[in-house]
Design a protein. Structure first.
Length: 657
């Protein structure tokens, strides 16, 4: 911990793209004395934009961690990307945060990504402040933003400041706690607190309103419990409101907790490559300590590697430290096999994932002037850092495929691969990632007893589940009928077997139950169940049939009034649905849902016919069954387990041609 700091906070900064998140972070660093000169996003000199592509494009594509001190508290601050294409970075960062600041634009208000991040923060029960930025912008409307916040996010949002003007007239914000007792704004603040708690209501009715300390302490407790959320105003680009924001972080957000003397419990939430030191595992410890030369245990007791160095991250720089203690974040070197999501020590204290990012597109990668293995190695390294890329090499077709969130991510990937690996890559046209789900309940059976030596008999019950359920697997077979090691092998192979259904897409939203299983005392080998499981499951899917599922987007579109009719007609043509449009300040706002497949190119089309005056924002809104006339089939990788004879020969490496 920094000299003089007695508390620690791990603070995430979240926002929709262009809400001013990185600029706010830069001014926080400057205000705290962490940096001596302000950088600029537009000029590519921001402290937390350390990648060359971030400086060139003026957007954040990777979470950046910096440390600073404010009022005796060490703050590990994480500046996360705002663009929806880099939601996986936000997801990984959110898992290790203790508290958060959500930044909103005073002009644009609550946008789609803001809602997505807010809902995830609520699921993870992360205490949150709101900062309405860009109050100096033309069109800034704090009253409208507050109305949207309470409608879209929470009615527990409590403004603790009064904005002084807006737009070109904005001059800052007044602290409501500093108002004279009895002033209208301070009275409204106390009333909003009193109506949420019986004890505070009794104090209010008894006239105990002169001293702000008790009321402010109550708001801090409610904020820590995620029942209330203080809101502040500012204009980060002009350094207005930064000091009060930092004060609010200290006043309202709870410090990090964790016992450094307890058994080790931590998680790898990121992986980066250091040119000099090799792989850096970004680690958050929840309990225990980690020192140089420590052997790191995994959750099952196996050794995950030996620590060679620990460095506190400072944007593009790092400072060596002797140890990492409970509650802290640092880069740990020496864990050569570390992957995102790896647990260090016990998983007991590690919180669940946010699960925000869902790659919706798949693309083929092309390259020239380099052997296949170099391109494969480059994308495997990138997939270590972002597992959702899911880089897959198809040896039969000599093709490399990856999964992505959107087209901006492809542009960034091309720049990163060129800068880091010296490879010039291009991508094929994006294809939507569909999924499948069983059409009805049924059973799958396989008796894998030939050609000898082999023996594995399995019967699966397959049951469709509601959208969003994923895969649920269980076994009701007794260990006397099927030994535990064979049941474990079967369970391990089920997700892999369901990665390709009847149409070649992942099968989801189903329950698979192993209801019968047999082995042979002499002829069975554990790998027999690795071979039998895909055949049994595909037999079941052939009996139940599968329905095709497509990804849906929740969209928010704002256009001039004269373009509203065209937009609503377009949404109908795209098989979309929408709520009644709203008129705000001469613009029509339309919210609805559309299939990704029909709306991939619509943002560009919208910008064209509105002459740049239309805005389109979207977030993933789950999978939905396709209409009967929509067909989408993907070429299967490898031999189909339904062709059991050829499949068995292929896994036994005996298939010719």
């Amino acid at each position: 911990m920094d000299k003089g700091a007695t508390r620690r906070l791990n603070l995430g900064i979240f926002a929709h793209v262009d809400a001013g998140k990185t600029t706010t972070t830069e001014h926080i660093l400057y205000e705290s004395g962490r940096i001596r000169a302000l950088g600029s996003v537009d000029e590519g000199t921001a402290q937390t934009d350390s990648l060359e592509v971030e400086r060139q494009r003026g957007i954040s594509v990777r979470s950046a961690i910096v440390s600073l001190e404010w009022r005796g508290t060490q703050i590990n601050l994480v500046d996360t990307p705002g663009h929806v294409d880099f939601l996986s970075e936000v997801e990984r960062s959110m898992r290790v945060m203790d508290c958060a600041v959500l930044i909103l634009s005073a002009a644009e208000g609550v946008q789609a990504q803001s809602e997505t991040v807010w809902n995830a923060l609520r699921r993870l029960k992360i205490p949150t402040l709101l900062f309405v930025n860009k109050m100096d912008r033309i069109g800034a409307d704090p009253a409208r933003v507050l109305e949207q916040v309470r409608a879209y996010l929470s009615d527990g949002v409590i403004p603790v400041q009064r904005p002084l003007g807006a737009g070109l007239d904005y001059s800052g914000a007044a602290d409501l706690w500093a108002d004279a007792p009895g002033s209208p704004e301070r009275t409204a603040l106390l009333e909003s607190l009193a109506e949420r708690d019986e004890d505070m209501l009794a104090r209010y009715l008894a006239g105990e309103t002169d001293s702000a300390a008790g009321w402010k302490a109550f708001l801090a407790r409610e904020t820590a419990a995620c029942r209330m959320f203080p809101l502040l105003y500012g204009a980060a680009a002009k350094a207005i409101g930064i000091g009060p924001l930092l004060d609010a972080v200290i006043d309202y957000l709870p410090p990090t907790e964790g016992d450094p003397e307890a058994p080790l419990s931590g998680i790898v939430f990121g992986v980066q490559q250091d040119p000099g030191l090799g792989k850096a595992a970004l680690v958050r410890l929840y309990r225990g300590r980690l020192r140089n030369r420590d052997a790191v245990p995994g959750p099952a007791g196996e050794t995950g590697g030996k620590v060679t160095q620990i460095r506190r991250l400072e944007g593009g720089r790092a400072q060596a430290v002797p140890e990492l203690a409970a509650g802290d974040i640092a880069a740990v070197y020496g864990l050569a096999d570390a992957r995102v999501g790896d647990v260090l020590g016990s998983p007991d204290a590690v919180p669940p994932e946010a699960k925000l990012a869902v790659p919706l597109l798949t693309v083929r990668v092309f390259w020239e002037g380099a052997p296949d293995h170099e391109a494969m190695a480059a994308f495997r390294e990138l997939a270590d850092e972002d597992p959702l890329l899911d880089a897959q090499w198809l040896p039969e077709d000599r093709e490399l495929h990856i999964k992505v969130m959107g087209k901006i991510q492809l542009e960034i990937l091309a720049s990163v691969v060129r800068e880091r690996f010296g490879l010039a890559v291009t991508f094929g046209p994006p294809s939507v990632i569909y999924k499948e789900t069983p059409a009805r309940a049924g059973e799958g059976f396989i008796a894998y007893t030939m050609p000898k030596p082999c023996w594995a008999i399995l019967r699966f019950a397959i049951e469709p589940l509601p959208r969003g359920s994923g895969l649920i697997y269980e076994s009701i077979v007794r260990s006397s009928d099927l030994l535990p090691q064979y049941q474990n092998e079967t369970a391990r192979r089920v997700p892999e077997a369901l990665s390709q259904g009847l149409f070649g897409w992942e099968v989801t939203d189903l329950r698979v139950t192993l209801v019968e299983g047999q082995h042979h005392v002499w002829h069975t080998h554990p790998l027999d169940f690795a071979v039998a499981t895909p055949m049994g499951l595909m037999d079941g899917l052939a009996r139940t049939g599968t329905k095709l599922l497509e990804p849906m987007l929740r969209v928010r579109i704002a256009v001039p009034e004269e373009n509203a009719g065209r937009v609503m007609n377009d949404l109908v043509q795209m098989r979309g649905s929408f709520e009644p449009p709203l008129l705000r300040e001469g613009r029509i706002w339309i919210e609805g849902r559309v299939p990704l497949a029909t709306s991939l190119d619509y943002p560009a089309s919208l910008g064209s016919f509105t002459k740049g005056r239309g805005t389109f924002s979207s977030v993933f809104d789950g999978y939905e069954e396709c209409p009967p006339d929509v067909k989408a089939e993907r070429t299967r990788r490898g031999v189909n387990p339904l062709d059991q004879a050829r499949y068995i020969l292929s896994v036994r490496k005996a298939l010719q041609g």
